[in-house]
Write a protein that binds this ligand. Structure first.
Ligand SMILES: N[C@@H](CCC(=O)N[C@@H](CS)C(=O)NCC(=O)O)C(=O)O
Length: 249
């Protein structure tokens, strides 16, 4: 058994992108959890994308995961980003105890999932099996609607969530302590600022609380250390959030 196979959390995600795996990485990093980013380990040690494929082909899993990210922990293979976070957050101290707060966290995380699906579909509006260049015209049309309608709608919603938390005297979206949803909103803001810098700059005055919350997340010691480390992959044009200037007009 190699060292990573003994790690209490084994994340399986595509090795060259932040993607949806980043929402899990941020939670594990903030908690200081011992985890293995399996596909980023050398193939000679059982890592690489081959490790992902091996789990996807494992016929003993009930139910099997459909696609990454998935997490091996407690002898389980847990898939779906929001579901993984919901499962591990109590152990990581990243969600308040009461059931109502956990349901609220999951509700917000599912909204993040809806939003990132739309952000992805801006550059792949027709099919993920086609290159961006093969659907650039449709992407441009979709981007017009995304930046004018959907992006302000979703960020406006999270801004209202933040405002109501602040009105109740809370520092974070779900209460006095940071939760995994705060980390995910930070990742949303980072990804959107990379992909749509003009749109985000124009929207800035309307989302002051989200900007401030993102800054506070980035300054947390473990997150700051993670962002400065080689473990944090750079945004790139194979990723979920892509910067194509023609889609940010
Ligand atoms: N709803 C899933 C979506 C997972 C997903 O779309 N994974 C992408 C990478 S971020 C993938 O591997 N897609 C391959 C495919 O759609 O065939 C989640 O939130 O985890």
């Amino acid at each position: 058994m190699t060292a990573w196979q003994r790690a209490p959390f084994q994340l399986f995600y595509w090795p060259f992108i932040q993607g949806r795996g980043e929402f899990i990485r941020l939670a594990l990093e903030e908690a200081g959890a011992e985890y293995a980013d399996v596909a980023r380990m050398p193939e000679s040690e059982g890592g690489g994308a081959k490790a992902i494929m091996a789990v996807l082909r494992d016929e003993s899993l009930r139910p099997p995961p459909l696609m990454p990210p998935f997490l091996k922990t407690d002898g389980l293979v847990v898939a779906q980003t929001a579901n993984i976070l919901q499962y591990i957050a109590p152990r990581l101290g990243l969600v308040p105890e009461p059931l109502q707060a956990r349901v609220a966290a999951h509700q917000l995380q599912l909204t993040v999932a809806d939003f990132i699906g739309e952000a992805h579909d801006v550059h792949h509006p027709i099919a993920i099996s086609l290159y961006y260049e093969d659907q650039a015209a449709e992407a441009r049309r979709r981007a017009g609607h995304f930046v004018k309608e959907r992006l302000p709608k979703f960020l406006g919603y999270f801004e209202r969530v933040a405002a109501r938390a602040a009105d109740s005297g809370d520092d974070w979206l779900l209460g006095p302590s940071l939760s995994y949803v705060d980390l995910s909103v930070f990742q949303l803001m980072s990804g959107l600022s990379y992909a749509f810098p003009n749109t985000m700059a124009a929207l800035g005055p309307e989302i002051p609380r989200l900007s401030e919350l993102s800054r506070r997340v980035a300054e947390r010691p473990r997150i700051a250390a993670y962002l400065a480390s080689p473990r944090r992959l750079a945004f790139n044009e194979k990723d979920l959030f892509r910067h194509y200037p023609e889609l940010d007009e």
